[in-house]
Write a protein that binds this ligand. Structure first.
Ligand SMILES: Cc1cc2nc3c(=O)[nH]c(=O)nc-3n(C[C@H](O)[C@H](O)[C@H](O)COP(=O)(O)O)c2cc1C
Length: 192
């Protein structure tokens, strides 16, 4: 394996590791989308990595602003930083919504109760409310926690390219990795 191939392999290894290793720096990442021509960004949790499909995913409320923004324009930039390894990833891709009902239900069933509660909110995320706790679910809603499934969605990021930056005191290194076709990458070293 050459250096470039080792780098892309290590990227996938670390993304996968973040799903199981507590406190892994790639567990939380930022996603940027376009909101009527203006940039918008927020943090999400990395929930799935499919190396063979060049795909990663996160969970969200289908009523949220990011969903309507990504439906309008599917382009996304996801930003990761590993402070210890001094590696930044800028991941570019297009989003698509998971359609496989079985997969969605399995993910829902395997979600922690605390995560499920977020999807029970009475009001869609971003809606004006009169006091900070107005959105909270009542006891009846808590008894029917699985109703949240109707608001639960999995957003897939189909990766097109990755801008990899390694901060190194002997000289930073930066490489653009582009996905040409399945299992085939093009590597270009670029000035950091
Ligand atoms: C550490 C952290 C993790 C988060 N994880 C998620 C997540 O996995 N999915 C999600 O929809 N929102 C998550 N949020 C909340 C979002 O950052 C955001 O506030 C919310 O989804 C509304 O965003 P929107 O209006 O752009 O849709 C997280 C926030 C923080 C601070």
């Amino acid at each position: 394996m050459n250096k470039e191939e080792k780098i892309i392999e290590s990227i996938w290894d670390e993304l996968e590791l973040s799903l199981t290793e507590s406190g892994h720096p790639f567990h939380i990442f930022s996603i940027a989308s376009i909101n009527n021509g203006q940039p918008d960004a927020r943090n999400v949790v990395l929930r799935g990595v499919e190396r063979k499909k060049n795909m990663i995913n996160f969970h969200t409320d289908s009523r949220s602003k990011k969903v309507s923004q990504l439906e309008e324009q599917a382009d996304i930039c996801a930003l990761f930083y590993d402070k210890k390894k001094k590696v930044q990833l800028r991941v570019y891709g297009k989003t698509s919504y998971e359609k496989d009902i079985q997969k969605i239900e399995n993910k829902w069933q395997n979600s922690k109760r605390m995560s499920k509660l977020c999807y029970l909110n009475k009001y869609p995320p971003g809606q004006n409310i009169s006091n900070p706790k107005d959105y909270l679910y009542d006891d009846i809603a808590l008894e029917n926690i699985d109703k949240g499934l109707s608001n639960f969605s999995i957003v897939n990021i189909n990766i097109k390219s990755i801008d990899w930056l390694f901060l190194n005191h002997k000289g930073h290194e930066r490489m653009l990795i582009e996905l040409i076709k399945k299992d085939s990458y093009e590597y270009n070293w670029i000035a950091p």
